[in-house]
Design a protein around this ligand. Structure first.
Ligand SMILES: [Fe+2]
Ligand SMILES: [Fe+2]
Length: 351
């Protein structure tokens, strides 16, 4: 795009001796003008670090989130349900890939991010530390967990960092399919036998509160919120998004013929929103600290999957090296294949 963003890059590159204040002023002006920051633009170190942390956590959540649902692939009740579930889980793998790629444009590598995940130094969404006990959980995850994810992610399409915002556009389209399939699955169960209805209700009872926790701690306790909003990485506060999700979910629950497990949930005419009961933040922090029902299982399985995939990475690297040798092009296919070293060499100098 030959826009002001491109001019900004040119100006920054053309004045190598320009001090940090000049760079910062250009960056601040771009943010104020709602322009996109691109990988080669100058950016404050803290902006870069915040984005790497957020995008990495998001990417990790996509791939860890495959586990609770994959638990039900072999037990899906029909071929149709199985095909839908497999498509959804494959989408989540794809979301992980887009997001790791977006993080790589900030000068880190996928290997580095995965090492940090496996060492417990980067997090993933706590929601995936809850178990999927019945088939209805697949519906509740689609309706509530993917629904909460969409509420969070639609505003991220306008994130000030270009590669992240653009990745979110496609992700959100796929997330709405995920939400619909969960809703439709729950509708079938809710209108089925009394046992099926009870199973749907039980799943909603277990997933409702953890879904509300997905928006993160209340605004006054959220460590990074204010700065992220100033940088236009985030566009709305945690509490604002949580309220939006509650307001959307209540009528949907009514259409499903299911109840939400909160006796304090009621329409507040004055506020124009639904009031809801207090969230158990002690539970939230316990799960974040690693004491949720499935934290250990998720990480063990993730590390095993990574180890078992070592031969694929080795084969891809050997193929890329062979191809590079054959063409003699130092910046050719190996770079196109997106090897972490090529990516790092291309971007790390921009930090
Ligand atoms: Fe996803
Ligand atoms: Fe999803």
């Amino acid at each position: 795009m030959a826009t002001a963003a491109a001019q900004r890059t040119a100006r920054a590159d053309g004045t190598a001796e320009a001090d940090a204040a000049a760079h910062e002023a250009l960056f601040d002006a771009a943010i104020a003008a709602d322009e996109r920051i691109e990988p080669r633009d100058w950016m404050p170190d803290a902006y870069r670090t915040t984005l790497i942390r957020q995008i990495a956590q998001h990417a990790h959540s996509e791939i860890i989130g495959m586990q609770p649902e994959a638990n039900w692939i072999t037990r899906a009740p029909s071929l149709r349900r199985k095909a839908i579930l497999m498509a959804k889980i494959q989408d989540e793998a794809g979301h992980g890939l887009y997001l790791y790629s977006a993080a790589e444009t900030l000068g880190t590598s996928r290997d580095e991010l995965l090492d940090k995940l496996h060492a417990g130094r980067q997090k993933y969404s706590s929601i995936f530390n809850y178990p999927t006990l019945t088939w209805a959980d697949v519906g509740a995850i689609g309706w509530l967990v993917d629904g909460a994810a969409i509420t969070n992610q639609v505003p991220l399409c306008r994130c000030s960092y270009g590669p992240y915002g653009r990745a979110m556009v496609r992700i959100c389209k796929e997330e709405s399919f995920h939400q619909r399939q969960g809703y439709e699955l729950l509708m079938a169960l809710s209108q089925g036998t009394p046992e099926q209805h009870a199973m749907a209700q039980d799943a909603v009872d277990r997933w409702w509160w953890p879904s509300l926790m997905m928006f993160g701690p209340p605004d006054d306790e959220s460590a990074h919120s204010a700065q992220s909003m100033a940088w236009k990485i985030k566009r709305h506060s945690n509490d604002e998004l949580r309220q939006r999700f509650v307001d959307a979910s209540v009528p949907q629950a009514e259409s499903l013929g299911l109840t939400l497990p909160d006796p304090e949930l009621r329409w507040n005419e004055e506020r124009g929103h639904y009031d809801f009961g207090p969230i158990d933040w002690t539970e939230f922090w316990e799960v974040v600290k690693g004491n949720g029902p499935c934290n250990e299982q998720r990480m063990t399985q993730r590390r095993r999957a990574h180890d078992e995939g070592a031969w694929v990475r080795e084969a891809a690297a050997a193929y890329a090296a062979k191809h590079k040798g054959a063409t003699g092009a130092a910046d050719g296919p190996a770079r196109a294949a997106g090897g972490p070293s090529a990516q790092q060499a291309g971007e790390s100098g921009k930090a």
